[in-house]
Design a protein around this ligand. Structure first.
Ligand code: 5GP
Ligand code: ZN
Length: 118
């Protein structure tokens, strides 16, 4: 899938509506349309990177940025603090990794259990 018909590129560009969690020069974060948990949002790079399989050393800062944003945004979105609260981070890669949208994205899930899935 190219960036022209990529659903997440369209969300980043505002062509498809989303519930924004956070945005800066490098990333966009928004609530998942089909949440598994009381809190479930996605952090995506603005660059159309297909999956983690395409990452190079040059993407280290971007991935570090996404990883360090996750705990901050989890608290912002209502997850209780570690260790009693917490959150889960998932990145699916490829068909056998369960990836459905081929634009790299980090799931951040949290909130009181039970969850719908996971
Ligand atoms: P994957 O299975 O690729 O790791 O996750 C893709 C996620 O994107 C799924 O959890 C799915 O609910 C979410 N998703 C797919 N289409 C849309 C959409 O149009 N808007 C939003 N907000 N989330 C979407
Ligand atoms: Zn894309």
């Amino acid at each position: 899938m190219s960036e022209l018909n990529c659903i997440f590129c369209k969300i980043i560009a505002g062509q498809i509506p989303s519930r924004k969690v956070y945005e800066d020069e490098h990333v966009y974060a928004f609530h998942d349309i089909a949440p598994w948990a009381p809190v479930h949002f996605l952090i995506v790079p603005k660059l159309h990177i297909l999956s983690m399989a395409q990452l190079t050393q040059d993407d280290s800062a971007l991935m570090g940025h996404m990883m360090t944003l996750a705990p901050r945004l989890a608290l912002q979105e209502g997850c209780r603090p570690y260790p009693d609260g917490g959150f889960r981070v998932v990145i699916n890669n490829g068909a056998e990794g369960g990836q459905e949208v081929h634009h790299l994205h980090m799931h951040v899930m949290g909130g009181p259990r039970p969850w719908l899935r996971g």
